[in-house]
Design a protein around this ligand. Structure first.
Ligand SMILES: [Mg+2]
Ligand SMILES: [Zn+2]
Length: 196
């Protein structure tokens, strides 16, 4: 049983950084290449709405190597994100920004997770303290990107989460079934206050 006071370290968190595929929407080994293929994981839109209502800033941090692989173009990615933002808004939530890496693993860029470039870009844009952010992901590279900049991290079992846990059975960070369950704990813990 998870109780709110099991996680006192989350009281200072101001921003929830969300991986996209496998956390907000169902992942696919064939990549998400069109708005039609973008389908929210049950409860994820409500989870974002609850995080928003509790005063968290919600920001998406996503690897999108499908761009470099030629599987989709930027216009289609924007359409996918348009569908996501609309679905979140209709549920009563708000995503303040979407950061994505368009490169392929071979590009050796600084923004593809496990590198923390997207988190650093967010921190610069929002003048945010990354130690007061929490990244929720389903892959180990999400955890590594967070830990590289002293951000908190949570794993969810949706998407690649179960596979990640087989490879890292003792992740040393909290694990939740899905984003909705994580949002339950985070919103209970939150002392609602304006973002500084
Ligand atoms: Mg993912
Ligand atoms: Zn990149």
């Amino acid at each position: 049983m998870t109780k709110a006071n099991d996680f006192p370290e989350y009281e200072a968190i101001h921003t929830i950084l969300l991986d996209r595929d496998g956390v907000i929407n169902e992942d696919s080994p064939e990549f998400i290449k069109s708005p039609e293929e973008w389908c929210p994981i049950p409860g994820s839109l409500e989870a974002i709405a609850r995080l928003t209502a509790s005063g968290f800033r919600v920001v998406v941090i996503s690897n999108q190597s499908g761009l470099a692989r030629g599987l989709l173009d930027l216009k289609t990615l924007k359409a996918i994100h348009g569908k996501m933002l609309k679905a979140v808004a209709q549920a009563g939530g708000r995503i303040e920004a979407i950061y994505y890496c368009p490169h392929s693993p071979g590009d050796e860029c600084q923004c593809r997770k496990p590198n923390p470039g997207l988190l650093l870009q967010f921190a610069a844009d929002f003048k945010a303290d990354l130690r007061r952010t929490l990244l929720i992901g389903d892959s180990w590279r999400d955890v590594e990107a967070a830990q590289a900049v002293e951000a908190h991290a949570i794993l969810v079992k949706t998407g690649k989460g179960r596979m990640t846990l087989r490879q890292h059975p003792h992740p040393g960070i909290p694990v939740f079934d899905n984003l909705y369950q994580a949002s339950n704990v985070l919103t209970k813990n939150k002392i609602t206050q304006p973002i500084p």
